[in-house]
Ligand binder design. Sequence first.
Ligand code: ZN
Length: 300
Amino acid sequence: MRKTVLFLSLLGLIVACSAPKSRVLRATNVPVLRTDTVKINIDSARPSALGEAAVTEAQQTAIPPIMTTEDRVQLLMRTGINKNADWTEAIHYDIRKPNFVIIHHTAQHSINQTIRTFQLEHTKVSAHYVIGKDGRVVQMLNDYLRSWHAGKSKWGNITDMNSISLGIELDNNGREPFPEPQIQSLMSLLDTLKTKYQIPFTNFIGHADIAPTRKDDPSMFFPWKRLAERGFGVWYDESNLSAVPTNFNHVDALRIIGYDVSNLRAAIIAFKRKFIVTDVSEVLTDHDRRVLYNLYRRYF
Ligand SMILES: [Zn+2]
């Protein structure tokens, strides 16, 4: 009985947080999910409906419901109880909060394509937020739920980045600059998330940082320096690139910053794509080493 009470308490809290924001529903012209009533299976919807006006109430009720957020969370919660332990309920708790933000580019052609990808059963990928080129922000998952955006990844000693991070996807094919409205919306969203969840500024990083052998997003067009100036992520002091001591170990520095150096070549390329930008070779030049040393001394 007490276990049931715990389920319902936590579930109620999560479900309360899962309610779609009417602001988003009104502001978008993309297909949306109604997690509070009936879920729309976009996969079975007419492709021509994508990008058109939001699905009407009549259309929603005409489509049979699939598993709701409430059902899914309740199912998952059952696995968190150890059957071999006695149960005595504590009364002081809340839900675990995200502590990292991982920024991605979608490598797709439109925000509608990305939303559709995240709603197809077989893709097994998702993100908390998708931001369009026009600055439109679409939330697709409650901040407290675990999105499948990081994949196999590592940062420092953390090997399950999905469990502690929020995933933000920027609509971008990877070969183009990020428009100003998109960056403005991103920074506004980051401001909110940083304050709400007390996320350390060093914990705003990119997908390529945590999966350097597999990923290159966000691309070299992404304005990391500008973000760092707003308090999201790190940047080096360009006016003070002092000489590197002879005993400076660049492998240790990369590892201490967070990079997985088990594939050193990939780690160096990820580092250079982010901080050097104009050269993404696997060779660390004297200038690159000065940048790395500066970052290491400045923040870690
Ligand atoms: Zn990514």
